[in-house]
Write a protein that binds this ligand. Sequence first.
Ligand code: PAF
Length: 283
Amino acid sequence: MSSPVIARTRVDLAAARALMPGQVAVVMTMGALHRGHVQLIDVARERGDSVLVTIFVNPLQFGAGEDLDRYPRTFGADVAICADHGVDVVFAPAVADMYPPGEAVKQRHAGGLGERLEGAHRPGHFDGVLTVVALLLELTQPDLAIFGEKDAQQLALIRRMVAEDGIPTEIVGVPTVREDDGLALSSRNRYLSDAEREVALAISRALRAGEAAAGYGADAALAAARKVLDDAPGIDLDYVELVDEQTWERPSEKTREGRILVAGRVGKTRLIDNVSVVLGTQH
Ligand code: PAF
């Protein structure tokens, strides 16, 4: 496959974007691409006529003390993956090009849902995510934007923003890609030692236990997931919760589609994962 065009600035991007034919599908990433991203790119390839990947480690979505400085940066390998998977354009701007000094950034606010679950543990994170996603949508003008369900709360907030602002881009969610042993793929997995990786498997095990118990209702599903995590040493749990898939509130008696979400730290590495569940009636 041929190499993608690399656009390093907004001006380069505008020139490259103008030459992209048909329906344009964008995949937004922070680089350190893995098979999960490849799945998003493959969906973009299937659904769009042209594919644009953005690679930008967005400082606005990292809090103080988080891993902005040590976030993996693997640009050469990322471009090779893009080339292998038929990406037409890679937009990889510098921070100063995305947020020019002295120029006000149009800040987005994630509202109440942005302050719960991930947002409660990473204050301001989703404001930063929505700010960069809105800017990237404005700059790349895609017909479709593809996001992973691994970041389910992020996906829900992006869908909400796009609907509220009338942004004419279809948001497509793609199921999480997992290793054979269940570990959800993440750029942060590379921080895990072998022993930590073993410990981390309790997260996906907990989700499977919750899924298996979902027929007995939301309480049973959550209890089953929590039990696995309570019994697993080495995970510093931030939360395990079950929400209504539509409202992202606690499930009601009418809720049939739920999502169990887990976040915790293994060593210094913070991991998140989730699974959608169909709830039975015995709440
Ligand atoms: O999911 C991610 O990698 C990031 O949050 C995103 C959507 C690229 C915004 O920086």
